[in-house]
Design a binder for this molecule. Structure first.
Ligand SMILES: CC(C)(COP(=O)(O)OP(=O)(O)OC[C@H]1O[C@@H](n2cnc3c(N)ncnc32)[C@H](O)[C@@H]1OP(=O)(O)O)[C@@H](O)C(=O)NCCC(=O)NCCS
Length: 185
């Protein structure tokens, strides 16, 4: 049963459902899609576990996690998945992440999604700071984050051990003050 829904111009962002497995797995298993992710390529069991964990997180009360299917509403088709998570309620801090099937790259969907989540995070989740992290080589994602108002705050050296090698992580964030002034007429 889907509870959360958020609409943008082209997208419906809704809670993940167990029935989404095949569409999620169609990209989570692809090497080119997960190149800069710390997980994958997934087996079907990996994707099933991710889905079960996401549904469980989404159902917690109070709700801190929104792990969502990103649906192209006109075609009722899942383009990818992503979400926003309140990682520190005491400091009103959260983070966003996303992953799209490569068939859907380059059409502005990630920017539309990230913008909607940043807005939701500040306006509805009462966050003061929203961050995201990327692989240093993930230029497309870094571009998306800058387009939605995030600033590069630094690099964390050898921050993650991914598929047997340490990788640096780039940290991006936007704070409410900047977000509000960027919306003033
Ligand atoms: C990163 C990702 C979400 C981008 O999705 P997308 O749908 O292509 O994003 P958008 O179309 O909204 O915007 C991409 C922007 O980056 C730009 N871009 C694409 N490739 C680029 C590159 N190699 N260098 C610099 N900019 C690049 C595009 O031109 C576009 O900017 P523009 O609208 O100003 O022209 C997508 O590639 C993806 O899902 N990758 C796999 C998972 C992943 O890496 N997720 C992010 C983890 S941090």
């Amino acid at each position: 049963m889907s509870k959360f829904e958020l609409r943008t111009k082209r997208l419906l962002l809704r809670d993940l459902q167990i029935e989404d497995l095949a569409q999620l797995h169609s990209y989570a298993c692809r090497e080119e899609v997960v190149r800069y992710m710390e997980w994958g390529p997934n087996t079907e069991d990996d994707t099933r576990s991710f889905l079960a964990h996401s549904i469980e997180m989404n159902n917690r009360n109070p709700r801190l996690d929104y792990e969502l299917a990103i649906v192209l509403e006109a075609e009722n088709r899942i383009l990818g998945g992503g979400g926003i998570h309140v990682s520190n309620r005491a400091n009103n801090e959260g983070w966003i992440g996303y992953c799209f099937h490569d068939h859907n790259w380059g059409k502005g969907y990630a920017t539309e999604f990230a913008r909607a989540l940043v807005e939701f995070g500040f306006d509805e989740l009462n966050l003061n700071r929203i961050f995201a992290t990327t692989d240093p080589d993930n230029a497309a994602s870094q571009h998306v984050l800058k387009k939605v108002g995030m600033k590069h705050e630094g690099s964390m050296r050898e921050h993650k051990l991914v598929r047997g090698a340490y990788r640096d992580t780039e940290l991006f964030a936007v704070i409410k003050r900047d977000y509000q002034s960027s919306r003033e007429p």
